[in-house]
Design a protein. Sequence first.
Length: 365
Amino acid sequence: MAVGLMDIKGQYAELQDRIEAAVLAVLRSGRVILGPNVKGFEDEAAAFLGTTGAVGVANGTDGLTIALRALDVGPGDEVITVPFTFYATPEAIAQTGARPVFVDILPDTLTMDPAAVEAAVTSRTRAIMPVDLFGLPCAADAIDAVAKAHGLAVIEDACQAWGATYDGRRAGGLGDLGVFSFFPTKNLGGFGDGGLVTGHSEALVQRVRELRFHGSKDKKTFTDIGFNSRLDEVQAAILRLELEVIDEWNGRRALVAEWYDELLPDEVVRPAVPDRLTHVYHLYVLPHPRRDDIAAHSTDRQVDCAAYYTTPAHLQPAFADLGHKAGDLPNPDEAAATNLALPMHPNLTRGQVAEVAAAVAAGLA
C-alpha cells in the first residue's frame, strides 16, 4: 500500500462540502479582493495567535519582504538568519537590498543558535530572522535577549509552524513581526498561494497593511513604494474553515509522531522537542548518515520521503558573493547531508506508520 508524504486531497475531503459552499458564496458575492472573508480571517487569526493584528498577503515570501520593509530594513543593513531553511528566507532579505548574515544552527533542533547570533552582530545589523523549522519554534527567549541587548528587531519566519507554541505563546507571535505561508502543503494550507504578517504593535501592523497595497492608507494617496500583495477572498474563506479544525489536525499529527517515536528502529534519532515547546510536525524529519539507503528502500516499498535543503542557502549560487564555502557552518552542512522527512499528515493510520517504520528498518539492515 502506497504511503504519501502529504495528503492534501484527504484533508480537503474532510471539509469538502463546507469549502465548496464557501467558495461558491464568494463567487456569487462579487467581492473577491479584500472583502469580508479576508477581514474575518485576519481578525480570527490574530485572536488565535494572540497578536494585536494580522495582515493577509499574497504569499509567505512577500510577507517576509514586507515585514522587513515595515521595519525600514534596506541597503547597507545586515539581517542575521539561518541557511538551513527554504530559500525564500534569505531571498526576502536580499530583496530589500540588505545583506543576509548566515549563522549556525543548533545540532538537535536545527533552529537558530542564539550564541552564534550574538557573535554575528555588527554595527550594520538591523534585525534577526529566525526560522521555526519543520513545525518547531526557534529558541525565542534567547534570541530575543540578544535582540534587546543590541536594539534589534526580530522577524519570526513561522511559515512552517502554525499552532506551535513556545512557553504557551503561539508561533508567529514570538517576535516583533511574524510571517506565515499558506502554501497548500502547510498545516494550515490554502488551495493556492497565501500568507500572513502578524504583529504586536498597532503601528507596525498598520505599516504592513499600507505596504501590501502599494504604500497607501486610502487607495488614493501613496506615501511609499509598496507592493501589490493581497490574500484573496477565496483563500481567506477556505482558511477560515481550516482554522476551526487546525488544533484537531495538529493533534492528529502529534499522535502520528508518537507512533513514529514508538515504532522506528532504536538507532534512529527522533525529532528533538525541548521543554516548554510544542511541535506541530509540519514535517517529521530524522537525521541519518545512511539517508540515501533509507530513501531507496522506502521508494521500493511505495513509501514517499524527501530530503530538504540539500544545498543550504549560504552555498547557493545566488549568494556566492558572500564567500561561503562548505564547512564554514558545520551544522547546516550536516543537516543537509543527513535529513529525511517521512510521511506526515493528519490522516495517517498506525498501520501506515508501521509500514514506514519497516521501510526505514529495511534501509538500515
